[in-house]
Design a protein around this ligand. Structure first.
Ligand code: ADP
Length: 368
């Protein structure tokens, strides 16, 4: 069992920098768990605390059922892959991969088998005699992963392992690490600032900001049911549009009044939204939930918004349309067949079943 549990874990650097604040989380056995958030949110510190490379200020860390607060990193049965690869420059790939096993006094035949098996899994058999300076970035990253694999640890920890690779290689390595996870069936904890990496790789994801956990959920739940405005804006690309407005009631129907337009609040959301009548709220809508009215045959008039097209970015299979309602600017993601005209007005349909409302002060989700 390689479940990893953090209970009320905090880390304060230099007596006053609160890097991680009362983090509680349970990474399940065999899970691919991603820590994501903007730079400085505390994700690396959290990972380093799990590895034992950073001492925690408060709280408890368990690997399996064992409290490991006082266990040295080398005795935690974990292996970590770093962003900068951390290979020994004077050693060959083979020696780099074997090094940790040698230190632990494994028999030579076992070391040889593990290095060769690991090299085969990562397709680096032909590189075993090379030195790190003779490798490309992607190859170095494979060796760094290989060095972790040969240890057969209970838990793999990855600290932004793909950040130094170019975009194409990043996508390729992402898929390979996913495959590796399926093959090895180990618990993996992965840190990234890239929400696309998090969404495509994670079984579950924790979104952090300012040392705090904002939400822990599977990718779809994070996308569909963000608990607050920060998570809503962080997950998804292009990001969710936000507009401020007021909830009003007219002829016993509730509307979100943006100032330049009104849209009806869906009946399903009224339980949560009705108490905001007369108050200002933030509406969130993703770019792909705004449609060109020309392509929607049965749009209810209460969901139609007219806005001026400011910029059109053709992306091939889709276009990003930057719009201005007169009060707010926002972006819509439309099909490549859409041909919006710059500086002209466009009738849009807001998919009101997919909008989100957030409290203006707490920024927590009211309805989504
Ligand atoms: P992330 O990995 O999300 O970018 P970190 O965990 O590296 O964030 O850092 C969290 C916070 O702790 C940041 O404000 C950072 O400046 C601070 N921090 C990290 N390491 C140290 C350190 N060794 N000494 C002092 N402050 C640190």
């Amino acid at each position: 069992m390689a479940q990893v549990t953090l209970k009320e874990v905090s880390k304060i650097y230099n007596k006053d920098i609160l890097a991680v604040s009362k983090v509680n989380l349970v990474v399940k056995d065999k899970e691919f768990f991603v820590l994501v958030g903007p730079s400085g949110c505390g994700k690396s510190t959290t990972l380093r605390i799990i590895a034992g490379l950073e001492e925690l200020t408060e709280g408890e860390v368990y690997i399996g059922n064992k409290l490991v607060n006082d266990v040295l990193p080398k005795d935690r049965d974990i292996a970590m892959v770093f962003q900068n690869y951390a290979l020994y420059p004077h050693m060959t790939v083979y020696e780099n991969m074997a090094f940790g096993l040698r230190l632990r006094k494994y028999p030579l035949s076992e070391i040889d088998k593990r290095v060769k098996d690991g090299a085969a899994i990562l397709s680096i058999e032909k590189l075993l005699e090379r030195k790190p300076r003779e490798l490309s970035g992607g190859q170095k990253q494979r060796v760094a992963v290989g060095r972790a694999i040969v240890r057969k640890p209970q838990v793999f920890l990855f600290d932004e392992p793909l950040s130094n690779l170019d975009a194409k290689l990043r996508v390729q390595m992402r898929i390979e690490i996913n495959k590796l996870h399926k093959r090895l069936q180990s618990t993996m904890i992965y840190v990234t600032h890239d929400q696309v990496e998090a969404m495509t790789m994670g079984d579950r994801i924790v979104v952090m900001k300012d040392g705090l956990v904002h939400q822990i959920a599977d990718p779809l739940t994070l996308y569909e049911k963000p608990v607050n405005k920060f998570v809503a804006g962080f997950i998804g690309s292009p990001p969710m549009n936000f507009m401020e407005g007021r909830i009003i009631k007219k002829d016993s129907k509730f509307y979100f009044d943006e100032g330049a337009f009104k849209i009806k609040v869906m009946d399903e959301m009224l339980d949560d939204v009705a108490s905001y009548e007369g108050k200002r709220v933030t509406l969130g809508i993703r770019p792909q939930d705004i449609y060109d009215k020309l392509f929607v045959s049965d749009a209810p008039p209460e969901n139609i918004v007219t806005a001026t097209v400011e910029v059109v970015e053709p992306m091939g299979s889709e276009v990003y349309v930057y719009l201005n309602s007169g009060k707010n600017t926002f972006v819509a993601k439309m099909g490549g067949h859409d041909k919006p005209q710059v500086n002209s007005d466009m009738d849009l349909v807001f998919d009101t079943s997919r909008v989100h409302f957030f409290d203006m002060h707490t920024e927590e989700a009211i309805a989504s």
